[in-house]
Design a protein around this ligand. Structure first.
Ligand SMILES: Nc1ncnc2c1ncn2[C@@H]1O[C@H](COP(=O)(O)OP(=O)(O)OP(=O)(O)O)[C@@H](O)[C@H]1O
Length: 361
């Protein structure tokens, strides 16, 4: 059922040996991440929403505008859908400089339908110094920024991003993420963001869709899904929790600041944060160890009282433990042997020692 501020997708699409069948209602603003193993149908879903593939039994409504409705025979062709598509690698016109590539995209939108000024797209992606450069003179990260600005120049009502950072190395990824965060906070355009990287998702997306074998396994708030032990994304090396905290004091001499969350006070090696600032902090399950009594004489600063909410097998010899610290969910990955030695069970009172944290914003 479509409402004005949502993206509602119901569709079926079949290839030989693969069927994609989804029914989703996503927020009409902000970033929704699409996550799942290789071959789970993430790209196919984006292509069906774009109209690059024609799904059947489909209903696709973007913030009140129907793009496809097979009950009434409506199928808006891809070139008439107000969307921007950002691929893993931007294919820019080699004979045009950056400005020329952006102008080309802008000209395809009738002036009355332009929602984003080119100057705004250039400013948001920091492209001013690159405008006269040919695409061949750009780094991979710069090309992606141009690709994103070009998608914005088309004044999209929906931005589809298919692993936009996957072809970049860690340093280039880190360079682009702040631009994507700016888009999210400064533009009203909703984004569907396909990614394999949970750290990117934790940073960018409030909403998460987990796809497996062409089906939606879960759809909901990112930080809730990330700590659900019945889901694959709460397992393995990348498993992590995200907590929200507010900076309450700063200790410049130690380059530390302290932020309060429902489970206590967390110290962060990030002195440039401001008092009162809200921060999201990512805590990886592999960085959390558990004790039955509060450790003394340890170098670990962040120790929180918690209750075990769930225990589930992880890799051989390892368990994933779900924890509640106040109303915040945490994960700890520990060995089966330690769990037995501690006599852990659901409801056990423990102390979570957090060895490393990452501030997401
Ligand atoms: N044009 C096509 N013809 C036939 N089968 C296809 C076609 N496109 C995709 N598939 C199949 O559909 C399934 C889903 O593919 P899709 O690319 O959507 O997955 P994905 O989750 O995006 O994977 P990845 O993370 O590897 O990019 C795969 O089994 C793939 O082989």
């Amino acid at each position: 059922m479509s409402t004005a501020a949502s993206i509602d997708v119901e569709l079926q699409h079949d290839y030989a040996g693969f069927s994609l069948q989804v029914a989703l209602s996503l927020p009409g603003r902000g970033v929704s991440a699409i996550y799942g193993p290789s071959g789970s149908g993430k790209t196919s879903l984006l292509r069906c929403i774009a109209g690059l593939e024609r799904a059947h039994q489909a209903s696709i409504v973007v913030n009140g505008v129907a793009w496809q409705d097979d009950r009434s025979g409506l199928f808006v062709p891809v070139y008439r859908r107000a969307l921007g598509f950002v691929f893993q690698e931007a294919s820019l016109f080699a004979h045009l400089d950056v400005q020329g590539n952006l102008d080309f995209a802008l000209k395809r939108v009738p002036p009355a339908k332009r929602r984003i000024a080119l100057t705004q797209a250039i400013e948001l992606l920091g492209l001013e110094p690159l405008l006269k450069r040919p695409p061949t003179g750009l780094s991979g990260g710069e090309r992606q920024r141009v690709g994103i600005a070009r998608a914005l120049a088309g004044s999209p009502e929906l931005l589809l991003l298919d692993e936009p950072l996957a072809s970049l190395d860690t340093a280039r990824k880190a360079e682009i993420l702040p631009y994507l965060e700016r888009l999210q906070s400064e533009l009203e355009i909703p984004m569907l963001y396909v990614s394999h990287a949970l750290d990117e998702i934790a940073r960018l997306a409030d909403h998460l869709v987990l796809l497996e074998g062409g089906r939606v396994v879960a759809s909901g708030l990112t930080r809730e899904l990330m700590t659900r032990l019945d889901l694959s994304l709460a397992h393995g090396d990348a498993a992590a929790a995200v907590i929200e905290a507010v900076v309450s004091s700063i200790e410049p001499a130690y380059h530390l600041c302290y932020a309060d969350f429902s489970g206590g006070r967390i110290s962060l090696l990030k002195p440039q944060l401001q008092l009162g600032q809200r921060v999201r902090v990512r805590i990886q399950a592999r960085d959390v160890s558990l004790t039955l009594t509060r450790q003394q004489g340890t170098s670990v600063q962040n120790i929180f009282a918690a209750t075990v909410s769930a225990i589930s097998p992880d890799s051989p010899g390892q368990l994933m433990v779900g924890l509640n610290a106040g109303t915040s969910a945490l994960l700890a990955r520990i060995t089966l042997k330690s769990a037995e030695a501690l006599g852990l069970q659901v409801g056990s009172a423990v102390f979570a020692q957090v060895k490393g944290v990452a501030v997401l914003d």
